[in-house]
Design a protein around this ligand. Structure first.
Ligand SMILES: Nc1ncnc2c1ncn2[C@@H]1O[C@H](COP(=O)(O)OP(=O)(O)O)[C@@H](O)[C@H]1O
Ligand SMILES: [Mg+2]
Length: 241
């Protein structure tokens, strides 16, 4: 059997040459200039910026200084990290992989309560992760459950919602590695739907990922970690009238 003929150069569809990039291309792909921007929030590992062109999106970039300080004190980790090509950006892959796994597998949860991940874009501060912004409904970022607890606003209703939230995440077989009240935002998603949303601390870290393999083992671990988190939280206060 003879191979099909290769298309000749003259038959190939003309590629647009010399055209200016379509408007909006740089706004989407980057590079996005964050040099003059002030972060809206900061965690232990990342800075969180407003996306300059899309109100419903945030850009997370790595805090390389914090990472250097962290690795400075951990020579073994520093040594083996040199074999991981994704380097500091491994967290993006873990989060994205967990997001894909839990949102595409059938589960008892209709919509997994997490801030959605859109992808990555180049920025002036390195590769940025594009994520759904959870807002406070007044133009600001949503407070986290940790913020609310600090302000004495960890109410009976919020505590019950938090119980339900982690039960839903366990039903969705979401693997959590950093269970923290500062990783749960309480506000409105991009569609304006109110609720609790997981913004960080998910993904599979160990080499032998037993909690990714077993929903039952994962549920047991989520519930154990959640019980420890609740024990660290203040007692719920009555709801305001
Ligand atoms: N999608 C989001 N919507 C609203 N606020 C967010 C979102 N993601 C992060 N934040 C805020 O930014 C803080 C730091 O982000 P986080 O992803 O937790 O960074 P780190 O990995 O450094 O802990 C969070 O504690 C939260 O206050
Ligand atoms: Mg965090």
């Amino acid at each position: 059997m003879s191979a099909p003929p290769l298309p000749s150069a003259s038959a190939a569809p003309a590629l647009p040459t010399g055209d200016a990039a379509a408007p909006g291309v740089q706004a989407v792909f980057g590079p996005i200039d964050l040099s003059g921007a002030t972060p809206l929030a900061q965690g232990g590992d990342r800075y969180v910026f407003q996306h300059p062109h899309e109100p419903g999106l945030l850009i997370k970039v790595m805090d390389m200084q914090a990472r250097a300080v962290y690795l400075q004190a951990r020579p073994f980790k520093r040594w083996y990290k040199q074999f991981q090509r994704e380097s500091a950006y491994r967290v993006y892959l873990n989060e994205f992989s967990e997001y894909v796994c839990t949102t595409t597998r059938p589960s008892g949860v209709w919509q997994v309560p997490m801030a959605r991940i859109l992808g990555a874009a180049q920025t002036s501060l390195g590769l940025g992760l594009l994520v759904e912004r959870i807002s406070d409904g007044n133009g600001g970022l949503a407070p986290t459950v940790a913020d609310l607890a600090r302000q004495g606003r960890f109410t009976v209703t919020l505590a019950a919602k938090l119980d339900e939230f982690f039960a839903d995440l366990a039903d969705a077989h979401l693997v959590i590695h950093d269970m923290s009240a500062s990783n749960v935002a309480c506000g409105y998603n991009a569609e304006g739907r109110p609720g609790l949303y997981l913004v960080d601390g998910f993904g599979v870290l160990p080499l032998i990922p037993i909690h990714a393999w077993s929903r039952w083992l994962n549920r047991r671990r989520v519930m154990r970690k959640y019980a420890a988190l609740r024990a660290r939280m203040p007692a719920p206060v009555p709801d305001p009238d």
